[in-house]
Write a protein that binds this ligand. Structure first.
Ligand code: FAD
Ligand code: PHB
Length: 395
């Protein structure tokens, strides 16, 4: 098989890039390890920044997102010292970002829209591709092989995009002496529950509590998403639905706990929290994008949004290559992408540090954490910085 660009990974990054490129007449093939149902069964991101939404529109995939997604102008931070304001303070994103909002639209729905758009254009997406292996990346004739049952299939291409997430094969095919990895593993995870219940609040509530962090989020007016911080050793078997709701209620302000509508979980999973960046994001003809190159803890809602800027830079760089034989964008890709990636890392680390309970904190650390939050909530400058990062820095 042949394609201009072979994309490894059929998650949001890979699908979005393939759709954008095909609309420009650049031929792509996407190789995905799992079935479509499996990919669509993952419940992950809920908050999108406008840069991402804009790319979805450019990819002609934005119609349902614009119809069903909810624009949010702010969120709440609940904490012990907000007794005067019902246990929580409001972050006015719209005001402090100078008029921006975020879009609440689930990654599952967005991925479904991308698959449907790929189908409409007759895009090549291979599912259940086993043993995907990028090869000859340091030559100008790279290829990718994969197995379909007993058959080994070869895809000849000009460029390989590694959009295969944190556990994918692409990053691992960069020689160890070329790749530098930066990592922080947090001593806790997020236990997430999706339930077909009315959300407790029209806007998200991030809760800092001495028992640990909690988040009240949503997918729609009838679908809620809640998270609680749990120790790394916990498994979903340790948490019945009843135990989850009881713990969530302990960590949110009383009025929120009183209004919480509980129900059986339709999905329950634990995501360990990790910050990770691999540099460079290019090796020869291989370009890494999204979670394949960088991971953030979900606290700042930056993961998918960081993938979006990678896709934006790659998309424009590949157009310049194919339409103008200009390699400037491809050559600058790694440095440009990483500059924004590190800002998302900083913000996600900061928000995680601000709101979680760290088991190894000394009392001094806890005091600083309280002071950081008090400063944020009392300073317009600090609020502006939070808002500017949360709605998304420019690409
Ligand atoms: P992935 O979604 O991981 O897709 C990679 C694809 O590659 C997968 O389909 C995988 O099956 C496939 N693959 C893997 N290995 C191979 C292989 N060897 N061969 C072929 N294919 C392979 N981000 C936000 O911006 N906002 C949020 O609100 C937010 N909330 C989150 C909440 C949680 C609980 C979690 C866990 C994440 C959240 N994120 C959020 C982050 C976001 O989900 C990820 O950043 C996003 O999924 C990255 O997309 P991707 O396409 O780069 O990688
Ligand atoms: C979600 O709804 O899944 C979600 C929202 C905000 C975050 C993380 C996850 O910061």
């Amino acid at each position: 098989m042949k394609a201009d660009v072979c994309i490894i990974g059929g998650g949001p990054s890979g699908l979005l890039l393939s759709q954008l490129l095909q609309l420009q007449g650049i031929d792509t093939i996407v190789l995905e390890k799992y079935s479509r149902e499996h990919v669509l069964g993952r419940i992950r991101a809920g908050v999108l920044e406008h840069g991402f939404a804009e790319l979805m529109r450019e990819a002609k995939c934005g119609e349902r997102m614009d119809r069903e997604g909810e624009n949010h102008k702010g969120f709440y931070i609940a904490h012990d010292n907000a007794l005067d304001s019902g246990g929580m303070d409001h972050v006015d994103l719209f005001k402090y970002s100078g008029g921006s909002t975020v879009l609440v639209y689930g990654q599952t729905e967005l991925t479904r829209d991308l698959y449907e758009a790929r189908d409409r254009l007759g895009g090549k997406v291979v599912h259940n591709a086993e043993d995907v292996t990028p090869r000859d990346l340091d030559t100008d004739k790279p290829y990718v092989s994969y197995r379909d049952g007993d058959k080994v299939i070869r895809v000849d291409c000009q460029y390989v995009i590694g959009a295969d997430g944190f556990h994918g094969v692409s990053r691992r095919s960069i020689p160890k002496d070329v790749l530098r990895e930066y990592e922080r593993v947090y001593p806790f995870g997020w236990l997430g529950v999706l339930s077909r219940t009315k959300p407790v609040s029209p806007e998200l509530i991030y809760c800092k509590h001495e028992r640990g962090f909690a988040l009240c989020s949503l997918r729609s007016q009838v679908l809620s998403r809640y998270y609680i911080q749990v120790p790394l050793e916990d498994t979903t078997e340790d948490w019945s639905d009843d135990a989850f709701w009881a713990e969530l209620k302990r960590r949110v302000p009383q009025a929120i706990a009183d209004g919480l509508i509980t129900g059986s979980s339709i999905e329950k999973s634990i995501a360990p929290l990790r910050s990770f960046v691999a540099e460079p994001m290019r090796y020869g003809r291989l370009f890494l994008a999204g979670d394949a190159a960088h991971i953030v803890p979900p606290t700042g809602a930056r993961g998918l949004n960081s993938a979006a800027s990678d896709i934006y830079y790659l998309y424009h760089a590949l157009i310049d290559r194919y339409k103008k034989a200009d390699d400037t964008g491809l050559d600058a890709y790694s440095a440009r992408a990483l500059a924004r990636v590190w800002k998302a890392q900083r913000f996600s680390w900061w928000m995680t540090t601000l709101l979680h309970r760290f088991p190894n904190n000394i009392p001094y650390d806890d005091k600083l954490q309280q002071t950081e939050l008090a400063y944020l909530l009392s300073s317009e400058a600090a609020m502006r910085s939070l808002a500017e990062n949360y709605v998304g820095l420019p690409f």
